[in-house]
Ligand binder design. Sequence first.
Ligand SMILES: Cc1ncc(CN)c(N)n1
Length: 233
Amino acid sequence: MAKFSERLWKTVEPVWRSYLQHPFVKGIGDGSLDKEKFKHYMKQDYIYLIEYSRIFALGAAKANDLETMTAFANLLHGTLTVEMDLHREYAAELGISNEELENTEPAASMTSYTSYMLNKSQLGGVENAAASVLACAWSYQFIGESLAAIPGATEHEFYGKWVKMYSSQQFKELTLQCIDLIDKMAEGKSDSDLAILEDIVVKTSYFEYMFWEMAENKEMWPVAATADYATTR
Ligand SMILES: Cc1ncc(CN)c(N)n1
């Protein structure tokens, strides 16, 4: 029988392929991306990764066996180190302190995406946590590998290390652990339970697209509060 992850790939493939056509992703691949857009993305992505890490912690807490708990703990550690080190390196290059990075004011898309994942993971069992993180890891690995195939993309003086990290063996191993987790959790589940997990993967894939849009357009919130409020933030 086909693995659940194969079914998921077929369902979300058109959404993930659309990322490769997105101007922000294309700009990383050909090195033409405006650095101010990247700076906005990188700051939002850093606070996104803090919330994303919480899902791994929730998965570890909800795990029914030690093997699953260890996998979630490894993924938590990998995100806090391998992935977030990349952001800290870019921040240092762009003159942003770790404190400023951590205190980034969350944008609407970042807030809605992480709130959705946290809600699904808190309400459901450990399988909801595995479904919530899947598109995040796997779609970035898909993007990383696709961009790495573009001549010169990994050697670009600024964006090269982004492409290298997301196409690296280390990141691939973290992704494979996420795929393995969802496949194990899908075993023996009813069609209706699998449909619930699939829906989480589809919705998070849509949120991924919205995140690229937020980055491209340097979005925060659609309207501004008073200037007084803004200065107290
Ligand atoms: C929004 C988002 N989605 C996924 C990833 C890859 N963990 C990320 N860094 N940022």
